[in-house]
Ligand binder design. Structure first.
Ligand SMILES: NC(=O)c1ccc[n+]([C@@H]2O[C@H](COP(=O)([O-])OP(=O)(O)OC[C@H]3O[C@@H](n4cnc5c(N)ncnc54)[C@H](OP(=O)(O)O)[C@@H]3O)[C@@H](O)[C@H]2O)c1
Length: 324
């Protein structure tokens, strides 16, 4: 069964191009004067692309940054320190395609009493087909969706993200999504959490579809945490089309075509990071939850994302997979 709006990677990439001409209402709300001193931010997948640009920009604005990377090399931290002029950047190991590492990662944060003010779930993959993880899951499903559920739930359960509504500002959780989720099909529980093989066109569809699943989880998480008053801001954002290496797993010829489109048309990670930085540090987002930005434009997500029954069911089915 097909799930996404696009099944052709070139069409999907070109669709992103037109987004760049849409009015960005809130762009002027982030100014050079906005700083985040004394605060901390955890970013998954921060060793390259958007995540790296976020680490640099947030550190430059005074934030303590924890890069949560699967790549253990210190090279990205060194580069981020140099570019931001800040030495308040550290890196920790987590591989979202290996669930056991998420448990160890959260244990280490709890043991060191680390409580990021902002948690940005940025890591993601766009794969040309199915790939089985050591946990027996489809890699794109696991990295782009399931591991984000496990990570956020563990961080909340262990008090790494305090959800008691105390403190001088509320913790924020930001899911990096994609506007390509709009128009994806309703969540298919015949396939949910089951591994099966597929190729490029279903891979393209699944990328968008898993973002719809992720957004549905974000809204349900917000609903559950904030039933009697906002305690944690849970929001999602699409950074728009960004020139990164996200197509690195595509077959050679396709990768060449996509690289050309990305290079000529897409925005730099530095520019694409700005609306995410705005959502992370701006007082405009204090106490806000369940919101969605498409770059700097406030928007509604796909209507299916907001259905309480859809969120409730997703929560239950996800718990079944992780055996909670
Ligand atoms: N590029 C776009 O046009 C675009 C548009 C909309 C949304 N997004 C979203 O933006 C986010 C960042 O993507 P990007 O474009 O910056 O791509 P990217 O340059 O490929 O960055 C992806 C990051 O995720 C990390 N990652 C992948 N698998 C991981 C795993 N198993 N465990 C931990 N980290 C893992 C990568 O680490 P490695 O270096 O180790 O692989 C990398 O740091 C993604 O959620 C993506 O869906 C991108």
């Amino acid at each position: 069964m097909s799930h996404g709006r696009f099944d052709n990677p070139v069409v999907a990439s070109l669709a992103g191009f037109f987004d760049l001409f849409r009015k960005q209402e809130l762009a002027s709300r982030l100014t050079e004067a906005d700083r985040f001193y004394g605060k901390s931010c955890l970013i998954t997948g921060a060793n390259s692309g958007l995540g790296f640009a976020l680490a640099v920009e947030l550190a430059r604005r005074g934030t303590r940054v924890i890069m949560a990377n699967r790549n253990r090399s210190p090279e990205a931290v060194d580069r981020a320190r140099k570019l931001s002029g800040s030495d308040r950047i550290t890196s920790r190991y987590v591989d979202l395609s290996r669930i056991e590492t998420i448990y160890a990662f959260v244990e280490s944060l709890a043991a060191e009493n680390l409580h990021p003010d902002v948690t940005i779930l940025n890591a993601g993959v766009a794969l040309p087909g199915s790939r089985k993880t050591v946990d027996g899951q489809d890699e794109m499903f696991q990295v782009n969706y399931l591991s984000n559920v496990i990570l956020t739930r563990l961080m909340l359960d262990k008090g790494v993200i305090p959800a008691d509504g105390r403190g001088d500002s509320l913790p924020r959780i930001i899911f990096i999504s994609s506007d390509s989720h709009q128009g994806s099909s309703a969540i298919d529980y015949e396939e949910f959490g089951r591994y099966f093989e597929y190729g490029v066109s279903k891979g393209i569809q699944n990328y968008s579809y898993f973002k719809l699943v992720l957004n549905t989880y974000a809204v349900e998480l917000s609903r559950r945490l904030n039933a009697d008053g906002v305690k944690v801001g849970v929001n999602a954002i699409c950074p728009g089309p960004v020139h990164t290496n996200i197509t690195r797993a595509a077959p050679f010829a396709l990768r060449m075509v996509l690289n050309l489109i990305f290079k000529v048309i897409f925005r730099s990670p530095e520019k694409a990071a700005l609306p995410v930085v705005y959502m992370a540090i701006s007082p405009d987002f204090e106490g806000k939850t369940g919101e969605y930005l498409h770059m700097f434009k406030p928007k509604r997500m796909d209507p299916k994302v907001y259905e309480p029954e859809a969120g409730e069911k997703l929560w239950r089915e996800s718990e079944k997979i992780v055996k909670w």
